[in-house]
Design a protein around this ligand. Sequence first.
Ligand code: TYD
Ligand code: MG
Length: 460
Amino acid sequence: MAKRIFICQSCGAEQHKWMGQCPDCREWNTISEQVIETSARAGNNGQIIATTPITDIRRETSPRQSTFIEELDRVLGGGLVGDSAILIGGDPGIGKSTLLLQAAGKLAGKHRVLYVTGEESTQQVHLRGERIDALHDNLHLLSACELESIMRTVDNARPSMVIIDSIQTLVTSRLSSAPGTVSQVRDCAAALIQQAKRSGFALILVGHVTKDGTLAGPRVLEHMVDAVLYFEGDRGHAHRILRAVKNRFGPAGEIGVFEMTDRGLIGIRDASRMFLAERAKNTPGSAVLACLEGTRPLLLEVQALIAPTVYATPKRSAVGLDVGRVAMLTAVLERRIGLPLSQHDVYINVAGGARISEPAADLAVLMAMISAYQERPIAHDIAVFGEVGLTGEVRPVGQPEARVREAASMGFRHLIIPRDNKERLHKIEQKARFAKTASEAIQLTAIKHLSEAAQVSLTK
Ligand code: TYD
Ligand code: MG
């Protein structure tokens, strides 16, 4: 039996008739008609199924399999879980296929791995595999796009891990729509995820991302899979950040840092060193932030440039930070510290192409701006963290110890921190003083208001 439905290709909502604008996501010209095959399931009134008291549920600890790529294991929360489904998203060319082929090559040492390539030929994958040392006879390639054939092949080959590169290339014969449309992506993914749970293999789906940062169409996949990882980074830099935005088996928000080399992706353990590598010391408009990505402390350089405006309304612009937040902080600086910024453009940049979403970055952004405006550099051994509110008050942030420790290990000797974080840190400071010589001790300056920051940080 065939049924006609109308699906928005942007948000996946189903409508009863064709419309010019999707009433759910308000996008124009995104609704397209599709014919689906439905099998008649008449006469099923349901049946009674036994329920289980929650206390009787046996806890099964799913064994985790290391991917032998430390940074990937960290993002996954300790390794791959047997029958989990993982979505890896990112811009085309960011390194998704490279990372997965590397992992597949390593896992093939212990397990049978099937790599389904819908985008590149098997020759191309082989060529890349050679370069990144991923050739192994337990790693099988399959160049195919038809879902039904892939599923039968998987049933026959019984691999422990299946990689689909990418989900947007698959088609099921059940639907008439083109590959990459929301309904195709959703149906193919759902069928594969079910098969993974049933047969007990780990499934990794690659999904390309659109300009606005969401998966093209398959945003609908995010809630179907167990973990969603995004690959970030820009073309101008060699480093890549893999971020878990959802993880049913581990903490979300965890990141892994990689560098793209001519032999594939290499995990970077001391990411702070890499991000601070090009920092010019003693230049105005630069502040070092001790931030936290997942459970991982990371030092990043925040840069500010302030210039008289030539526009009617001054520009507020930000790379690597939310521009709305920067506009808000600019207003705080104007009203609470009295910097006359209404005639100035403000540009903020997180050096090295990193992206920050933590409010703990506020203080660093503001101090970089003050330093830029006054053209006085911040002392080179100062690092900061703290959220700043609308009245200019400096608020405490999570895990100050981890931040201080990271800064200390990177050679910073003076930290400017929120006063309410100081209590817990007192012990660290004490320890540091006793453990090391006086010159190596960490000095903590705890502040309650933004106005105190400028006084302690700027060089004469
Ligand atoms: P790729 O993994 O194909 O990206 P995606 O699957 O996300 O689209 O990455 C391709 C880019 O990576 C390409 O620009 C070449 C580069 N690259 C290297 O620099 N070194 C390598 O060893 C490999 C395999 C790729
Ligand atoms: Mg690819």
